[in-house]
Design a protein around this ligand. Structure first.
Ligand SMILES: *Cc1c(COP(=O)(O)O)cnc(C)c1O
Length: 445
């Protein structure tokens, strides 16, 4: 789990950092190292109570280990503990954040977006929907039934009306249903999920953009999980068609702490039109404007934010630029291949039925049984039995219509079905698919 080289590199870099304060009279804070060591050991013991997220046999929820460069840079930054709210709190890390925003904007072909990092996707979506609500007061926000639950909750916080949109059996937002709602005339914003959290399905952005010919509405894209996949080489043509149009939407959320190799606490919101920055206007006497440069605190809802997140992301971009045909994008292709390989293996199995073909790197599969209630029970049993073999999966409850499209012969005696779900978001998963499949079969026996 731990490569000690990281600690050596960190020590060397900390020496460089410390040279920067060599002009100051010497001052090093002290602490009770012996007692702290005891407490830290207790922490290490407590922290053993976790699933092994870093390991390829963790094939469950959407949890991806940070890259060592991100972890080292984040740790290094903690000796400064910069606050990216204002330039006074973190000059270097604020500049690094602005550079990161340029890099992230370019993924979507935006040269001058307004944007910043956030605590995560929820906060980023909140800002995007807040701006959307200001621009079309009194109008509804709609999002797919498989959109992240945060959208219905955030709209509640913002006092904006929300309506869910039906999905098709491949897990995508149904364009016909979108148009039906648009025709009612009170929809201000359509949230398009590029890679939903449950199934990894990509909403048909190109078709929703086409509706703008007839209806006036704003498009916010929630690409918290899926956004980076636009850099992959091996996307299917159908998904490519939508990713290639991302530059035409109004706002985008992408989470570097999902597929961007970052520690938690790193989301991002981007607006195509920088003039929406005026909505953030405040004149707080607490924010000291020490220079004419733009303070990130002027365009964020959150005030104090960890500069360390920006430092970690900047270092990661430096080592692994978020561009096509590079080492970073190759990692995403590895995830796509891993998910497709597992889907194919499960297709050959007489024990499991995989549902929709993975559009990104999530595979959802049912355990074969006579009835939907037995299928659900079997999914829970396999989930437990696999965990005993150190194969860690996730469970997901699906509407019966979606399940029945892939397993039409199973007798329906429930309203929903429990399935198994694996997010194969580590490129190394590709080499472990065979082993994962063998463990799955053994767990179902
Ligand atoms: C994870 C996720 C969110 C929520 O983001 P957090 O970083 O967990 O707050 C929103 N939308 C999608 C599509 C996600 O995958």
């Amino acid at each position: 789990m731990i490569n000690m080289q990281e600690l050596e590199l960190l020590r060397d870099a900390l020496a460089t950092l410390e040279e920067g304060v060599s002009e100051l009279p010497r001052f090093t804070p002290t602490f009770d190292a012996e007692r702290a060591g005891e407490v830290l050991d207790e922490v290490a013991t407590r922290m053993r109570d976790n699933y092994p997220y870093f390991h390829p046999q963790y094939a469950g929820q959407m949890l991806k280990p940070p890259h060592p460069i991100a972890r080292m840079a984040y740790a290094l930054a903690l000796w400064i503990n910069p606050n990216n709210h204002a330039l006074d709190g973190g000059r270097a890390s604020s500049a690094m954040e602005k550079e990161c925003i340029v890099d992230l904007g370019r993924i979507f072909g935006w040269e001058q977006p307004l944007g910043h990092l956030t605590g995560g996707g929820t906060m980023a979506n909140l800002e995007a929907l807040w701006v959307a609500g200001r621009l079309s007061p009194g109008k509804r926000v709609i999002a797919s039934e498989q959109a992240h639950y945060t959208h219905s909750r955030i709209t509640q916080v913002l006092g904006i009306a929300f309506a869910p949109v039906a999905i098709t059996t491949n897990g995508r937002m149904d364009v016909v249903a979108v148009e039906r709602l648009l025709a009612e005339g009170d929809v201000g914003t359509v949230v398009v999920t590029i890679g939903n959290t449950g199934l990894g399905s990509v909403d048909p952005l190109a078709d929703i953009l086409a509706l703008r010919d007839r209806y006036d509405f704003r498009i916010h894209v929630d690409a918290a999980y899926g956004g980076y996949f636009g850099l992959a080489r091996d996307l299917d043509a159908e998904q490519r068609r939508h990713f290639d149009r991302l530059g035409e939407v109004d706002s985008i959320v992408i989470d570097p702490h999902k597929h961007g190799l970052q520690p938690y606490g790193c989301g991002c919101v981007l607006f195509r039109d920088p003039s929406v920055g005026t909505f953030y206007k405040h004149d707080s006497p607490y924010t000291y404007f020490s220079s004419g440069d733009m303070h990130l605190g002027e365009i964020t809802l959150e005030c104090s934010r960890p500069g360390a997140s920006a430092v970690a992301l900047w270092a990661t971009h430096k080592l692994l630029p978020p561009v096509r045909d590079g080492e970073f994008s190759e990692g995403l292709d590895g995830c796509l291949r891993a998910a497709r390989a597992l889907w194919r293996e499960l297709h050959k199995s007489s024990t499991f039925t995989p549902l929709m073909q993975p559009e990104l790197d999530i595979v959802v599969y049912a355990v074969n049984a006579e009835t939907t209630s037995a299928t659900s029970r079997r999914a829970r049993e396999v989930f437990e039995a696999a965990a005993e073999r150190e194969l860690h999966l996730a469970l997901m409850e699906l509407p019966i219509e979606v399940f029945a499209a892939y397993a039409p012969d199973v007798e329906v005696d429930t309203e929903s079905v429990m399935c198994l779900r694996s997010v194969l978001m580590k490129p190394e998963h590709e080499d472990w698919v065979e082993r994962i499949t063998a463990l799955l079969e053994a767990s179902a026996r």
